[in-house]
Design a protein around this ligand. Sequence first.
Ligand code: GLU
Length: 558
Amino acid sequence: MDYQKLADMLFADVVKTPEELEAEFPPRGLPEGAVVSRMAPSPTGFVHLGNLVQGLTSERMTHQSGGVLFLRVEDTDQKREVAGAVETLIEALKFYDIRFDEGASVQGDIGDYGPYRQRQRRDIYHVYAKKLTAEGKAYPCFCTEQELSDIHAEQEKNKENFGYYGKYAVWRDRPIEDIERQLAEGKPWVLRFRSEGSIENKVKFTDLIKGALELTENDIDHVLLKSDGIPTYHFAHVVDDHLMRTTHVVRGDEWLPSLPFHVQLFAALGWKPPKYLHIGPLMKMDGDSKRKLSKRKDPELALTFYEQAGFPVRSVYEYLLGVLNSNFEDWRRANPDIPATEFKFSYKKMNPAGSLFDENKLRDVSKDVLARMTAQEVYALESEWAEKYNPEFYKVFTEKPEYSQAALSIGRGGKKPRKDFATLAEIPAYLSFFYDETFVPEYEQDGFDWQVSREDAAEIVCEWQELCAKDGMPGDGDAWFALVKQMGERLGYCPDTKLYRSEPEKWKGSVGDVSMVLRVATCGRRQSPDLFSVMDIMGSEAVMKRMSRAGEKLGIRN
Ligand code: GLU
């Protein structure tokens, strides 16, 4: 067979040569050890945690080594494409701080190795399709859908492996005249790879995560170009990763079965394959057993879940770092104040079998992350989140920014910062008592137990109300506490908790009971951050109003 003639016939419009493309996309000239990697998602509109795991791994490897990370949109499967999906994807990744040095962006492509959207690279793929055809390594196949499904049915009946191989590869060795005839009749065709492999053979391969592998050689004449001239993923990624000078391919291990074919393709094209890192799946516990996270069953697989639930980007980021590199947690404990990007990420620490996703663990990490932030940082994140997801709270929260920031600053800093919330969605409830609009006092429920008699509670509230009205509250914590003690003592409450415990019969209760009344009156609940700080931030006038409201409930008439 005259393969050159066949190639010229099939790809008459291809004028560029592989040599010209090599010159157009030269090696990058980066220093030794610099990793070039990419994210190559398909724009299906669904961005999931797996994308982020993969993105994070490539991002760390490239940026830690002074290399390049680029985004390539793998849009060869038009059937699965959703309108606006590319933008959604880019935005979602940007949200998670996956910064690309080049590639597809909302503004268009950036970089010298593009285009970065596969459908725009049709002509490039055809140069190599022509080359493979001219070398007898690829051939056209005119099988109809029906013929292919007949082959499948026969293989099923004979209990044979599925696919286009051996005697089933009916167009593999057809004379050129047959091909010419079909072309003249305008019959659609796909381009197939002529595999020289056999399932009797094993290929040895070292995956950087999975280790040494022995895989069965590929004997199937897979499709390289579909009938519309668009390549399959297999062919496209080989051409792209070569020309874009990718050094490391990080992808899900669902691609592992195709690896022998990919290795064959690189060899057929005369190229050195990049290093591969196949990431194991994300799993979760379901009862006593582990299972893969599923799009249908697990809302937490979608990245939008984390944004809506109010997990800060940094929380998700640090959680995933910990999942991928188990030594991250120790590092974080030893270095609580430096950015997570300073951590030395290593793919060698990744679990070949995949990682376990645990929402409770994410919550713990997120509490730490939020506790380490400044009040201003939390304020900024909360404003952004609430504007989108809790507009009512957004209004009161952002009305007086300094007030809200002061409220968020209680218990922050120091060795043991408070950890009151794991998500931004929990902040409105945590802060609700700071704003009259969202203040819902528990004591207004029937049968509320003040822990001291109603008379005493009324007395405490009344006295504090007067103090606020007359002199205002002390602006100093010690003076404030001394006042609470004095007030309690007058009513028969021990000013010293220890002393109270040693002689409880002498007292009605302790200073703790007195401050609990003040806490409930001010905050409407029994749990709150440091009460002096709360009152100090709210100010005497607001506290006075709170006392008056509680007083009314306790039957005091002013
Ligand atoms: N488009 C493929 C996917 O979304 C990319 C796999 C790869 O990174 O090579 O799974």
